[in-house]
Design a protein around this ligand. Sequence first.
Ligand code: ADP
Ligand code: ADP
Length: 235
Amino acid sequence: EPLVELDGVGKSYGNVRALHGVDLAVRPGQVTCVLGDNGAGKSTLIKIISGLHRHTEGEFRIDGAPVRLNTPREALDRGIAAVYQDLATVPLMPVWRNFFLGSELTRGPWPVRRLDIARMKRTADEELRAMGIVLDDLEQPIGTLSGGQRQSVAIARAVHFGARVLILDEPTAALGVKQSGVVLKYIAAARDRGLGVIFITHNPHHAFMVGDHFSVLRLGTLELSAGREEVSLEE
Ligand code: ADP
Ligand code: ADP
């Protein structure tokens, strides 16, 4: 059963119809790629799924049940996490500290007990390694990492805090060939851990490297919705 399903979903901003009649499914262990030019409706689509906007037509289901999310918090509570390009990281803070930023674990009386810090570092290290992310020093400020590595940390963090669906908005757009490769590798790692991934991209090549399903938006409607086998060149 799909984790997330859109059935004829649409969204109007006043008179502007940004999205119309969109069907989409996100399954565990699969990458659903969403492609399309500027203005095609990609942002509107992910804002609906991540709880920032409400749809004005059709049905949005999580685990088979119709929902209407009011806030990103509600989406997170259902296991839907969006990782945006401008990551919510504090550049001067150590990698491990960023890993727990905004989490329950870092709240409470300051300073955090020494024991907790040791445990947080160990947890961050374990989670990063589980995703195949090897950093030699978790004490280094996250701002010293490459863009690809920072996104990787954000992906590992979302996985650790219970994400079942990962929304990645143009994660490779600002990156070069090598860094894009790093991010694509972690998208595959998230998929292999059973997450459903929504990968928004302008780059068909990147999409094809990790995608299981391809949805192309044009002027707010689906121009193409096809599985990998349907668009493959192989027999
Ligand atoms: P994309 O992310 O693919 O560039 P968007 O979802 O941002 O596309 O935009 C889809 C359409 O909806 C565009 O025509 C855009 O101008 C319009 N649009 C997006 N957000 C708003 C808004 N808040 N109010 C009015 N129109 C909007
Ligand atoms: P919701 O969270 O209910 O989806 P939005 O935040 O998308 O609502 O916007 C609420 C209303 O405000 C929309 O229906 C739209 O008409 C108007 N609106 C929001 N952003 C813009 C914008 N950039 N330009 C024009 N109208 C907007």
